[in-house]
Design a protein around this ligand. Sequence first.
Ligand SMILES: Cc1cc2nc3c(=O)[nH]c(=O)nc-3n(C[C@H](O)[C@H](O)[C@H](O)COP(=O)(O)OP(=O)(O)OC[C@H]3O[C@@H](n4cnc5c(N)ncnc54)[C@H](O)[C@@H]3O)c2cc1C
Length: 652
Amino acid sequence: MFKLSLSTLLLLLSAEAALGFIPAGVSSKPSVRLGASSSSSSSDDLVDCLVLGGGISGSTLAHNLNKNGVDVVLAEARDYLGGNVKSHRDDEGFLWEEGPNSFATQPSIVRIAYELGISDQLVFADESLPPWVNHNGKLHPLPKGQGGKGPAGQIELVSGQNGVLKFAFVGDLLSWPGTIRAGIGAFLGHAPPPEGKEETIREWVTRVLGEEVFLRCIDPFVSGVYAGNPETLAIKASLSKIRRIEDIAYSIGWNKFGALFYGGLKRQIELTKERKADPPAPEWPEFEYGNPGSFREGLATLPNAIAKDLGVGDDQKIRLEHKTTKIEKKTNDDGSDYYEATFDTPKGTKTIKTKTIVSTMPAHCISDILEPVMEESKEIFESIRKDIDRVGVYYPPVVACTVAYPKKSFKDVELPNGFGNLQDLPGFGSLNPRSEGVRTLGTLWSSSLFPGRAPKDYNLLLNYIGGSRDVGLADLSEEEIVAEVDKGCRQVLLKEDAPPAKVIGIKIWPTAIPQYELGHLPIMEKLEKAEAKIPGLWVCGNYRTGVAFPDCVTFGYEKAKEVKSFLAAQQGQVSSPEKEEKKVTVQASAPAQTEAKSKEEEKKVEVSTTDVDNVVEPTIDESKEVAERKIPFFMTEKVVKVPEKVKSKGYI
Ligand SMILES: Cc1cc2nc3c(=O)[nH]c(=O)nc-3n(C[C@H](O)[C@H](O)[C@H](O)COP(=O)(O)OP(=O)(O)OC[C@H]3O[C@@H](n4cnc5c(N)ncnc54)[C@H](O)[C@@H]3O)c2cc1C
């Protein structure tokens, strides 16, 4: 939701605008048992790759596989492609989203739009529009640079019209002590990370930038991105690119106290080089990295175009209303193996045979489906984490409620930093820290972001409400939810006499966004090991490779290459590979590692495929720099204090 605004919060955030991707897990698998064609009777009805789940991850993967010449079938349980991406337009001229509202533009998105012939429908927001934070009855702009412009963007983020300096010295979101504390962490240094302990987002931000930055900037942001609880979300799993800036900061020889700013700057320089080395194709439309984007008729334009391109129907590549119930591994008479997936469909039970499978179904519904083929499935997807009271990967409920009000009913106030009148909604949206007593997590100012979203006299607002800290929301009726949303809009944006909300659309997602909480990475590591034992099967999705829309699109691009080379290796296979000592490269595992890593930071360990059970994965923190981290003389605490609970007037 407010992923994009992350880049505005601190100096490090400019790196966030570069959502890159390296698939977690085994980068190439041993091609061992799947025979490509030794049984002619069965190979005739074998597809090369079966993709399960047709959200953005699955549909973009199917597109890329097809483009690479792989014979692909995608099976989706619902009657449409797109998963939680759904856009609508009505006769009055409102266009709204039921799921994600926008993406932080990345090359993978522009590339696929170009390939599908929809790049002329891409729309981008005005990059300078800030997210606003509601605090003490006022809206405060978060600093905003031009994230995609490398070091120049970093400097702009510091000293621009809505830069960090203005935020610190003129703005009043942070108190003076809060500003000084954040400045020390950013420019001088902070306590080093605690040893042997996974930090939550709250602990990390408080240690590095102080509690006030956490409460007023990061807490609402985390609600906006994950609908999550920063006291259970693990920083390394959920905000890995931000967390990594700290490691980069420490890697600068003289920066012994890990001051974050210099890490952010170094990362920006790296990013600029990486982008220069791998520039966008000249035929693509121009774009700024990280800039909020969508399509003229909404995000569903992308899956709709994929459905049209691949074809939908029982003899086509896209099979809708195919709910996977089971995945099995079977053996032909000639000894070659294949996979068979079973589906519930409106026409009864069906099966599809395939050489390879990629699951992109959500983690909360796959343990039974996978069990016949992955014996550790239940242990992984139903693992209990007592300390945070979770079973498996948690998906809290979130409601997307879109309402409209006449422009005149918005408060007639001038906003700071020359952004103009609130009635024009000059911004990305408004975030509500949990301490402000507004139940809505964040309100996106949809009609300000992209053209043609509302008739000209109206402002259109997409409100996200619910999440990990307000699960009770799912028990409310639609009327009650609308009443809460309307109340929130009045608290923050509207005049007292504003008319009732014009409800444009409401969508309740009972299991919305996977939470990368404490213990998430070890679960993913177990999955990676279990998966490595089943060549030709990949178990993926936004719970593993990143929740943001661009993460899912980039996954679709990268995973297609991996599947293709797996199939190619199969075809070229001459001797029995089970007897061969193939090498597999295992990367430090994490959804955390969905970003492009600089070469020297990639820690790779070579293991024998026969040894895959005993892989010891390195962790990113086991670097030389860790040992050299110093406790700043101006910080007394050796171990980070667990901060006090937020005193909430809200719904924690
Ligand atoms: C309310 C909301 C707001 C968001 N806002 C943003 C935003 O503004 N920006 C952003 O970048 N990201 C946002 N996100 C995150 C992003 O949209 C998602 O992470 C992404 O769309 C997930 O895509 P996916 O394909 O991995 O998963 P999904 O969309 O969940 O797709 C999984 C698919 O698997 C199917 N499936 C399930 N079970 C079976 C079965 N048994 N057999 C076959 N198919 C099955 C499902 O029907 C579904 O279509 C938001 C998410 C939500 C929910």
